[in-house]
Design a protein. Structure first.
Length: 282
């Protein structure tokens, strides 16, 4: 019973931390849609390389709230796929505060942030460049079309619609967090440590897969294993590059194009594994 209570409390706390980010982004989206601010929407969709750079910098903030915001903005077609991927890659969730809590390892923190920002910017710009070439001349979706389809937002005020979306997604995240916390509690940190194969060349591949667990627990485990010497620097970079917190969960919830979502997951994994392997070799 004590474990069940701990799992639920942790899930509530994790979900509660996301609420301000969810509300802000939905308030912004609803305002732009209701007020017909086409200039604002167009300016966001045409940021070009600046989108990836800005996304990478925002993702550095030790909180997965920005990855949640980015997922919603992408579902609303307000930011590009490259910007979304840049945010996801640079997001480190709980890694920053964990490393800060050990003053003798602060030097590693700047290397980690620098590596992830550089990878995020390069990956984001390349993705947008490739997509621009591939979809040249094709009709693009209008902003808000996918995110607000069938929700009836146009019949309510900006505040009402923003609260409605926020509560809906927050409840969804809460359920996911309870399930994931329960699963991680059952598996245990020791088993995850063994799965990561110390000193193996395949470590970045496994770490990147663990990073996909949409919960702050994955970043906590990966960072702690790195500080304990179980994970190499390249492997922790790989794991934290796919660790976008609940951003991926929100993406699959709000963006109904499954192929797009799977492609984003594939790109994240490929970038994380390649980057982690190269770093380990260097």
């Amino acid at each position: 019973m004590e474990i069940v209570i701990d799992v639920c409390v942790d899930a509530l706390l994790d979900s509660f931390k996301i609420l301000p980010f969810l509300f802000i982004v939905y308030l912004f989206i609803e305002y732009a849609e209701h007020k017909g601010s086409e200039k604002l929407a167009n300016s966001l969709t045409k940021l070009g390389p600046f989108g990836a750079v800005g996304g990478a910098i925002l993702g550095c903030v030790p909180q997965c709230g920005f990855s949640v915001m980015a997922a919603n903005l992408f579902a609303g077609r307000l930011i590009s796929a490259g910007t979304l991927i840049a945010v996801f890659i640079s997001t480190s969730d709980e890694a920053v505060p964990i490393i800060i809590s050990q003053p003798d390892r602060i030097g590693v923190l700047w290397k980690l942030i620098a590596a992830k920002v550089l990878i995020a910017v390069v990956a984001g710009i390349l993705v947008d460049l490739v997509l621009k070439i591939l979809v040249k001349g094709k009709m693009e979706e209008k902003p808000f079309e996918e995110l607000c389809a069938h929700c009836g937002c146009e019949h309510h005020s900006v505040l009402h619609s923003a609260i409605k979306h926020t509560v809906s997604i927050a409840l969804f995240i809460l359920v996911v967090n309870i399930i994931l916390n329960s699963a991680i509690e059952l598996v245990g940190d020791d088993r995850i440590s063994k799965i990561l194969m110390t000193d193996s060349a395949f470590q970045p591949f496994v770490a990147a897969l663990i990073g996909f667990i949409p919960n702050c627990a994955s970043s906590v485990i990966l960072t702690q294993l790195f500080l304990d010497g179980v994970l190499s620097f390249g492997s922790v970079v790989a794991g934290l590059s796919t660790g976008a917190g609940v951003g991926l969960v929100v993406l699959f919830k709000t963006n109904r194009h499954l192929k797009q979502n799977l492609a984003i997951v594939a790109v994240l994994y490929a970038v994380a594994v390649i980057s982690g392997t190269v770093i380990n070799l260097l």
